[in-house]
Design a protein around this ligand. Structure first.
Ligand code: FRU
Length: 488
């Protein structure tokens, strides 16, 4: 084990013990200590779910990237494992960036981007990004001797040598495939495909799709998987310009849905769908479970507005893992079914008429799974205030006339000038709007109409603000089911 790995492991054990459980989410993954960004290596190994993550244990800001590590039997209860990788080689001296993992016989293979800072021929410093491998047993990993295994000079001419990262690898019919984010000569994103008979020897196999400066610039963190008869290329584009309410400025995430010709290794894109409409979501990655479910997890934070209190010793959380499916041509996302095991104290109401601001007895909490059906056509706006006390609340507003759903955390109690509100259009084809709302102390995830759309945002409201209030400017008829979520 290198000194850097050992130092990080000792540090995270000592420091994470100082963070009280009350300062963490109840059923979402949070990093032991320091900074976390993208999920990495989300995959099964020896029958358990592994999650690695971009990690800088020593401070709550981004710096020299390591890979943190955890595992779980059910996606909800996570066990920390020691730091897996540190930037301890010349070829990754600037950071061990995002990547993936696969189970390969007895071994677990990690495929990551090694970022090297070195002197260019003109003497100036330059950055090079290449793909590297480490092999291990689920806890200890060894970087192989002939790293990097995929270099940027294997890309088509004109591609950036600096922006080439985030390999996602899978195995199919005895062959290995890799997609990685890259920048075309026109400066915008492209996704490169590589194949290999042996994971240490790769060949360039083509460009699967590219932005042509239409869907943002650089495309980060690609993932490529079949789903319900279609093929999905999932990307995290940088520098997007807002498009109505569909995409916002800056870093976004998109499903490119289409078909894949496996013989010709060609992807034909048919449509683009926003992955998440909330304030804090980026860099999702998926895995397939043994029973065939495609599960997505995302980083619950955003680059331009990273949001966490100055006093907090860890920077963030991951979303609830979500099951993906395609319904009516749209990718739908719902919380993993394993969450249901952790439900207790059910309270439900049928057909309550809401007009003035109302609380419903027993409907409250900061670690809850709340399901709401909004019915009727005698109202214009319906509002739910969550995490509420005398002073604080975060609001979900459904505007029936505008067909928009808005999340507004202006009064959540966070005293910084971060973006606080975001809206999206919701389907107007339905008489009933279904909301499933997961509140976990510092986050709110809203799954609309059985997961057709999702909105994920953080709230840093004092945890004793747990009230929930409903209001409508006409008459809204409401069915409500609330469960507490407890993880022991
Ligand atoms: C996405 C990203 C990746 C990169 C990593 C660095 O959030 O920028 O492209 O590998 O973060 O931490």
């Amino acid at each position: 084990m290198s000194e850097m790995v050992e130092k990080a492991r000792n540090y995270e054990i000592e420091e994470s013990m100082k963070i009280a459980q009350d300062n963490r989410p109840v059923y979402h993954f949070s990093n032991p200590v320091g900074w976390m960004n993208d999920p990495n290596g989300f995959s099964d190994y020896k029958g358990e779910h592994h999650l690695f993550f971009q990690y800088y244990p020593y401070a709550t800001h981004w710096d020299s990237m390591h890979w943190g590590h955890a595992k779980s039997a059910d996606f909800i209860k996570w066990e920390y494992l020691p730091v897996a990788l540190a930037p301890d080689k010349d070829y990754d001296n600037f950071g061990v960036f995002s990547g993936s993992a696969i189970e390969d016989g007895e071994k677990q293979i990690l495929i990551y981007t090694g970022v090297e800072e070195k002197a260019a021929p003109n003497g100036e410093k330059c950055i090079r990004q290449n793909q590297c491998i480490a092999i291990g047993n689920g806890v200890e990993y060894e970087k192989i001797a002939n790293n990097p295994v995929v270099t940027a000079d294997m890309l088509p001419e004109g591609s950036s040598l600096e922006d080439f990262r985030d390999p996602k690898v899978w195995k199919e019919n005895g062959k290995y495939y890799m997609v990685a984010g890259s920048r075309h000569g026109d400066g915008s994103g492209q996704i490169a495909l590589f194949c290999a008979e042996n994971p240490e020897k790769w060949e360039f196999a083509g460009i699967l799709d590219r932005s042509e400066n239409k869907i943002g610039r650089m495309w980060e963190c690609p993932d490529f998987y079949p789903l319900d008869g279609k093929q999905v290329l999932m990307i995290s584009p940088q520098e997007m310009e807002a498009e109505g309410l569909e995409f916002h400025n800056g870093n976004n995430t998109a499903f490119l849905i289409g078909n894949y010709d496996k013989e010709m290794l060609k992807f034909m894109r048919e449509k683009v769908q926003c992955v998440d409409y909330g304030l804090d979501f980026y860099a999702p990655q998926t895995m397939e479970t043994e029973d065939g479910r495609r599960i997505l997890i995302g980083w619950m934070q955003s680059w331009d507005n990273p949001m966490y209190p100055d006093t907090q010793r860890y920077s963030g959380m991951m979303t609830i893992p979500r099951e993906l499916s395609i319904k009516g041509g749209r990718i739908c996302q719902m919380p993993v079914r394993e969450l249901e095991k952790y439900r207790s104290n059910v309270i439900s109401y049928d057909n309550v008429c809401i007009h003035e601001e109302t609380e419903l007895e027993g409907i409250s909490g900061r670690s809850i799974d709340l399901q709401i059906a909004l019915k009727g056509n005698e109202y214009g706006k319906f509002k739910i205030k969550l995490a509420a006390d005398e002073k604080h609340y975060s609001e979900i507003i459904y505007d029936r006339d505008e067909k928009t759903l808005t999340f507004d955390r202006t009064h959540s109690g966070f005293k910084k000038d971060t973006i606080s509100t975001r809206s999206m259009y919701v389907s107007d084809k339905k008489d009933v709007i279904n909301l499933r709302i997961l509140v976990d102390r510092f986050s709110v995830e809203i799954f609309v109409n059985d997961g057709e759309q999702v909105m994920t945002s953080l709230i840093y409201t004092p945890v004793d603000a747990y009230g929930i209030r409903f209001a409508s400017n006409g008459k809204t008829y409401l069915d409500v089911i609330k469960y507490d979520i407890e993880v022991k």
